[in-house]
Design a protein around this ligand. Structure first.
Ligand code: TPP
Length: 322
């Protein structure tokens, strides 16, 4: 049983994560759940029992994920974080995880406030928006999805906690993406930030959501059953042959086009609308292991000869540096 408030968006996201992993038949021991501190970061306690888990200190989840991934690239890393955890104390860690393209899913449960510590404005609270107890936020907000794109993020998506139809295929595509897959999920805080005046409330989202596409994810070996209207679909093939099918809703939408992804965030800032769906992805993305040419085989499975190649090899390396 979750100990979060009844109606919390975070619980719906947890349900979507569990469903995505179930539908992909990922064995629990192949998953590592990682988080920082906050109501959002407590959620891994409520899903994927028997998976590995690490609840780090506040804002430090990305460095734990980096270390774990470097030691064992043969796992599915699912990190969850809050907007306080990621956009304030953990901002430095967040940006470098994107820059390094660590192969992980990063779900930001974005409620525009510090839920766990009783609802203070976070850095994603929109300027002028008002939480239940607070004055209008005097500062402009940080748009985390737009930031992820600017930093060279290779998979940037946006969704809503209550939209399982959109979120589950997005999560599946993110799990299959070869690199850092960021999903910014608007997740209303029913206790502190679900009032009129809040731009992270259920009502505001319903009035301002702007779906870029509806989508489906089809794993490599499964029969393709997607059935979309003629002339409006886009298929993206991932590195392992799996496919993402997009049914375009927004005019001229192409998630592999960086410039239109960027333009959609610019337009959203002006209109106050929230684009949802797969905003951008690079199907050619290469992850940190490939960038560094490091071993993606788990280090604890390497034998002594691989780990210690002997003095002749060492002499060769030394000679090459002289
Ligand atoms: C180093 C440190 N500073 C401050 C805190 C207090 N603190 C706990 S959770 C939190 C913010 C949580 O907000 P968010 O990440 O948005 O998660 P939410 O609870 O809203 O899901 C803060 C400031 C802490 N635990 N550790």
């Amino acid at each position: 049983m979750s100990s979060l408030c009844a109606g919390c968006g975070h619980d719906s996201i947890s349900a979507s994560i569990a469903l995505a992993c179930y539908e992909m038949s990922i064995e629990p021991h192949k998953i590592a759940k990682l988080s920082g501190i906050g109501c959002s970061s407590k959620t891994p306690a409520y899903y994927l029992n028997n998976s590995h888990g690490f609840n780090s200190v506040h804002g430090r989840m990305p460095s734990v994920a980096t270390g774990a991934n470097m030691a064992n690239g043969d796992m599915v890393y699912i990190g969850v974080s809050g907007d306080g955890d990621s956009a304030s104390i953990g901002m430095g860690q967040f940006v470098h995880a994107i820059r390094r393209n660590i192969n992980m899913v990063y779900v930001l449960m974005n409620n525009g406030c510090y839920g766990l510590t009783k609802g203070q404005d976070s850095a994603t609270a929109d300027k002028g928006s008002r939480s239940k107890k607070g004055a209008p936020s005097p500062f402009s907000s940080i748009d985390m999805a737009s930031l992820a794109l600017e930093l060279g993020g290779t998979f940037v998506a946006q969704s809503f906690s209550g939209d399982k139809t959109q979120l589950v295929p997005l999560l599946k595509a993110a799990i299959n993406h070869n690199g850092f897959a960021f999903i910014n999920v608007i997740s209303p805080c029913v206790t502190f930030n679900n009032n009129s005046g809040s731009t992270k409330s259920y009502d505001y989202f319903r009035e301002h959501a702007e779906a870029t596409s509806s989508l489906d994810f089809v794993p490599e070996k499964e029969q393709i059953v997607a059935d979309y209207k003629e002339g409006s679909q886009k298929t993206i093939t991932l590195h392992d042959g799996s496919k993402i099918y997009l049914d375009k809703l927004a005019k001229d939408w192409d998630p592999t086009d960086f410039d239109s992804a960027r333009a959609s965030f610019m337009n959203a800032q002006k209109s106050g609308n929230i684009p949802t769906g797969l905003i951008y992805m690079d199907p050619e993305s290469i992850d940190l292991h490939e960038i560094l040419n490091s071993s993606s085989a788990p280090l604890n499975q390497l034998d002594k000869n691989t780990l210690c190649p002997g003095s002749a090899t060492l002499d060769m390396i030394n000679a090459s540096l002289r």
